[in-house]
Design a binder for this molecule. Structure first.
Ligand code: FES
Length: 254
């Protein structure tokens, strides 16, 4: 079983409205982490007992640090955003399965707060790769950092940067192709990508991290239907935090 670690916050900065980047000193977790995994972050406010799952944006194995980039989505993440260098947080991880690293021409697709795991993935994938990332507006956090490791194509809902529309609109506008898709983001985006991948015969892995609430198997809020029937329980349900968060797109119902 994973144990809780009290980690010191190395630094924290605001990247965009409501979006924060935090580096935590956590040598063992940084060493073990693979792209697509997450950590469970506990609040210091004891009235909230369940942690918040937040995906790993970067793992600096040399310096023993983990980076998370998260959006303020409630009281827990609001509390995290107020902490400063030197404060501590209990964390657990790395959790989840992560993305399979294959040597195929790849799309790394992120929508909004699904973009952070694509940075560590881009660093670790040794292949031709294009990050296709979707935002609401011109606050294109992490885009410049992704450019160090991959070609970057941007879509914005309001058209202020890149293609106006969603990530699939950007893929079509730029006439991009790939043999494998790695994606993380809101469910409508993942649904559209699943259809796109199946129509075009592209291998596709999606992270359903957005649907997680606690990340540690305690809330049962993350159950999704899968094509595989579980031998023991005879049900087709999977818990995203225990069996995922990454699944083959055709394996899960969205
Ligand atoms: Fe709570 Fe999976 S996220 S049980």
């Amino acid at each position: 079983a994973q144990k809780k670690v009290n980690a010191v916050i190395h630094s924290q900065e605001k990247l965009a409205e409501g979006i924060y980047s935090m580096w935590l000193d956590a040598p063992e977790m940084a060493k073990a982490a693979v792209p697509g995994q997450f950590i469970a972050v506990y609040t210091n406010d004891q009235s909230k007992l369940l942690p918040r799952p937040i995906s790993i944006c970067e793992a600096d194995k040399e310096n023993g640090r983990l980076r998370i980039v998260y959006r303020i989505a409630g009281a827990g993440t609001k509390e995290f955003s107020a902490y400063k260098e030197g404060d501590t947080l209990d964390i657990m991880g790395p959790l989840g399965n992560g993305f399979p690293l294959k040597k195929k021409k790849a799309f790394l697709i992120g929508g909004g707060i699904g973009i952070p795991p694509m940075l560590e993935l881009a660093k670790n994938l040794d292949c031709e790769k294009t990050a296709v990332i979707g935002y609401r507006d011109k606050e294109t956090f992490l885009a410049d950092e992704l450019r160090k490791y991959a070609d970057v194509v941007i879509a914005t809902e309001d058209g202020s940067v890149g293609t106006k529309g969603n990530v699939i609109d950007a893929i079509r506008a730029e006439k991009l192709t790939a043999d494998i898709i790695y994606a993380c983001g809101p469910t409508p985006m993942l649904k559209a990508l699943k259809t796109y991948a199946m129509e075009n015969g592209i291998e596709c892995y999606i992270s359903l991290e957005e649907k997680m609430a606690c990340g540690i198997g305690a809330c049962l809020g993350c159950v999704c239907h899968s094509k595989d029937i579980d031998e023991h329980s005879n049900v087709r349900n999977k818990r995203i935090c225990k069996d995922g968060p990454v699944f083959r797109a055709e394996e899960v119902e969205l």
